[in-house]
Ligand binder design. Structure first.
Ligand code: NCD
Ligand code: ZN
Ligand code: ZN
Length: 359
């Protein structure tokens, strides 16, 4: 069993009620996997930004609209979860198509994967400066760019790839497109958090539960732990501590994005295991634990339910969700068709549990 890296704060409040939160970074996949995982996200969040890295990727308004229908069809009876779609940028993306999908209300943002940077990113962008016409159009229409920020040169040390991307690609991009809204996804370093702060207002970042709870040593705790492997890979302890400060410090440029990324158990427990951590059933419980440990439960709502909506120009949700300080053990795995998916922190007693949700 994994141990937490920070001791829990002394018991204070035992229940917390927030406006219903949104998850600004979700992988729902498709088919039987979609059907298996979407109920968990829909039970926790009112809205979610759905990542477009399907096979093949979601690159057109028609594909995004069809995918949104499949997600809606897979929702449990009576669910009001709203999937918010994104466009997967490629070298061939056209400014007109980007704008068409945005003005028709099909997608709310575009996702930049440097080609090959992560799971299903091989159709991603090979030349970011060449994307200028697309980015200029996005800037003009106020459409945010979401970035997986890792350099792809295989010679760069994997723990340095985020830093390398920020210096070589993100900062020049921000300088070239000074009005473009950018969300740096799943930040993992103290330095990236500082870059985000320095551009706060038009630049924001999502922070995952796992990057707040594990460091790179956790991946090797007692042996190799493939279910803690994701991209960007977890970094040193000092980065985890900096991310906890960023998430819990009340700054509007940081918000919730779980990066829940289900993979079949066998694909992770393999000689070449794939990247991604599945958090569907435990996301809010993990975040609540972190905010509690940091003595910052009073700032949880801003991170979970307000900052992201403000960045995207949306109203916060009207309902509420309650979390209780009552230990509950999440399932170790869930079934997805023929497969099983291992749950982050599954099988462990988590100190916070999900309570009532109102609309
Ligand atoms: N985070 C991950 O390790 N994996 C994600 C892709 C991504 O968000 O980079 C996935 O789709 O599996
Ligand atoms: Zn990513
Ligand atoms: Zn992701």
């Amino acid at each position: 069993m994994m141990t937490t890296l920070t001791a829990p704060a002394p018991a204070g409040v035992d229940t917390i009620t927030l406006r219903r939160p949104d998850d600004w970074h979700i992988h729902l996949r498709d088919g039987p996997m979609l059907a298996a995982v979407v109920p968990y996200t829909a039970a926790q969040f009112a809205r979610g930004i759905i990542m477009p890295n399907l096979v093949p990727p979601v690159t057109t308004p028609a594909a995004a609209s069809a995918y949104r229908e499949r997600i809606r069809a897979a929702l449990p009876e009576g669910s009001d979860f709203q999937p918010m779609m994104t466009c997967y940028l490629t070298d061939a993306t056209s400014p007109d198509e980007i704008e068409a999908g945005f003005t028709q209300g099909i997608w709310i943002a575009a996702k930049l994967y440097p080609a090959g940077a992560t799971t299903n990113a091989h159709h991603g962008v090979t030349d970011i400066p060449a994307l200028a016409p697309v980015l200029e159009r996005m800037e003009k229409i106020g459409m945010p760019l979401l970035i997986h920020g890792e350099a792809t040169d295989p010679a760069i040390d994997i723990f340095d790839r985020e830093a390398a991307f920020m210096e070589a690609s993100l900062l020049p991009l921000l300088a070239r497109h000074q009005g473009l809204k950018v969300c740096v996804e799943h930040v993992t370093t103290a330095e990236t958090a500082d870059i985000v702060r320095a551009h706060a207002g038009r630049v924001a970042a999502t922070i995952t539960p796992h990057h707040l709870m594990i460091n790179r040593t956790s991946i090797f705790q007692g042996g190799l732990r493939p279910h803690l492997y994701c991209l960007p890979v977890a970094k040193r302890e000092r980065h985890r501590l900096a991310l906890r400060k960023a998430a819990t410090g009340g700054e509007a440029c940081f918000f919730l994005g779980t990066d829940t990324a289900p993979h079949p158990k066998g694909a992770k427990e393999s000689a070449c295991g794939c990247a991604g951590v599945f958090l569907g059933p435990v996301a809010l419980q993990c975040y609540a634990q972190v905010f509690d440990e940091e003595g910052a439960l009073d700032r949880f709502e801003a991170f979970a339910s307000l900052n992201g909506a403000r960045f995207h120009g949306l109203e916060p949700n009207t309902g509420t969700v309650t979390l209780n300080r009552r230990a509950e053990t999440a399932p170790e795995t869930i079934r997805a068709g023929e497969d099983e998916v291992v749950v982050f922190r599954g099988g462990e007693a988590l100190p916070w549990s999900l309570g009532e949700v109102t609309r």
